[in-house]
Design a protein around this ligand. Structure first.
Ligand code: CU
Length: 372
């Protein structure tokens, strides 16, 4: 006969097993907390993927669902198609006339500018995840509709490469099917990518080098035309903040948006900040970080982490947003103004026709994609 508390434990274990958090082979006489932490990120992704595919509704169907894959899971043809499509978008002329953004010459620059112009309300903010989900979707749509790209945008899963030097990761190994690798310091203070497929990538907007030492933008707001090299400066010390343990902790230990959203974003040494600082260079300048393709892969991964977290409690997490006051402290530490007063009904800055609530599910409203 089971006592009430061990019944509860047995029930909780069943629930965890049903959601795939526990594997069936483990002995069942251990406490729950350490066992939850034994969940693997890959298993959570597989469960989320299956759950998403089996609950498609409305106009998002198995036929038009876009599948986003990890860079290592894409074949050579898909990787090269992505690289070509990014260059294509960077060669097409700008279509939007953003006030003050004279330097935006190309379709790629259009997206960089819309991110830079809205820099303040979309970072250290309840809408970081919503806004970047929408941003990535808009870039993906442009790659597909304007440049003939046939796949989903890739993501970079940092948990896969723990202990492996970044120069050996397929995305950074400088091979023809990589996105180039680390930058090389130049005399004028840049750290330029000089090898691999993105060796000739030009960053048009923002400053180049720390404090614009190698390429100062002619406009104070960074939106003037300032063609300079793509910069990277790997900081492997950041990888400890992108480990599977950290990612699982963020997903499993935060039960509402008020704790989860600030936890993945807050300052340096947290997932969002760390992935940018790890790549460094162009990724170090928050406002102009979309200036190179790796930005899409970083934010796709963060979006996947958000998707997995949502999938663990869909009835509440598709309708949950952190309150602005959850960001007051971090903004003060960073010397920024008060957080934007946003809620589910707020329009996304720069995408006024889309409200935060529209971004909650990746298979309804404007979206129809899943991560694999
Ligand atoms: Cu951003």
């Amino acid at each position: 006969m089971l006592s009430n508390s061990s019944r509860f434990l047995a029930f909780a274990c069943l629930l965890l097993q049903a959601t795939g958090v526990l594997s069936a082979q483990e002995p069942d006489n251990e406490p729950i907390t350490p066992r939850r932490q034994q969940a693997s990120f890959r298993q959570l992704v597989a469960n989320y993927n299956q759950q998403t595919q089996s609950s498609l509704q409305g106009s998002c169907t198995a036929q038009n669902l876009i599948v986003r894959r990890e860079w290592s899971d894409m074949d050579d043809q898909a990787r090269q198609a992505f690289i070509q499509a990014c260059f294509c978008l960077h060669q097409r002329p700008s279509q939007v006339n953003l006030p003050g953004a004279r330097g935006a010459q190309t379709r790629w620059d259009d997206f960089v500018a819309i991110h830079a112009i809205n820099n303040d309300p979309i970072h250290v903010s309840p809408i970081l995840l919503s806004w970047h989900r929408h941003f990535n979707n808009e870039v993906e749509r442009a790659l597909r509709e304007e440049c003939g790209y046939q796949f989903g945008i890739p993501y970079l899963d940092f948990t896969r490469y723990q202990g492996v030097p970044p120069e050996q990761w397929p995305v950074f190994d400088n091979s023809p099917t990589s996105l180039s690798g680390n930058g090389v310091p130049t005399q004028d203070g840049c750290s330029c990518v000089t090898e691999g497929p993105l060796a000739n990538w030009v960053v048009d907007l923002g400053d180049g080098g720390t404090d614009g030492r190698c390429a100062r933008n002619p406009q104070q707001n960074g939106l003037g035309l300032n063609p300079h090299c793509l910069e990277r400066r790997f900081d492997v010390g950041q990888l400890q903040f992108l480990s599977e343990q950290v990612v699982l902790g963020n997903i499993l230990n935060n039960n509402d948006a008020a704790s989860f959203m600030p936890a993945v974003e807050r300052g340096p040494n947290f997932m969002h900040g760390s992935m940018h600082v790890f790549v460094g260079g162009t990724q170090d300048f928050t406002a102009f970080a979309p200036g190179e393709p790796i930005f899409l892969l970083l934010h796709a991964w963060l979006d996947l982490v958000y998707c997995v977290w949502q999938s663990l409690d869909p009835s509440t997490r598709f309708n949950d947003l952190a309150p602005p006051n959850a960001y007051v402290d971090t903004r003060q530490e960073l010397g920024q103004g008060p957080p934007p007063q946003v809620d589910m009904q707020s329009p996304l800055p720069g995408f006024q026709q889309v409200r935060v609530i529209d971004t909650m599910s990746t298979t309804s409203g404007p979206y129809c994609y899943v991560y694999q």
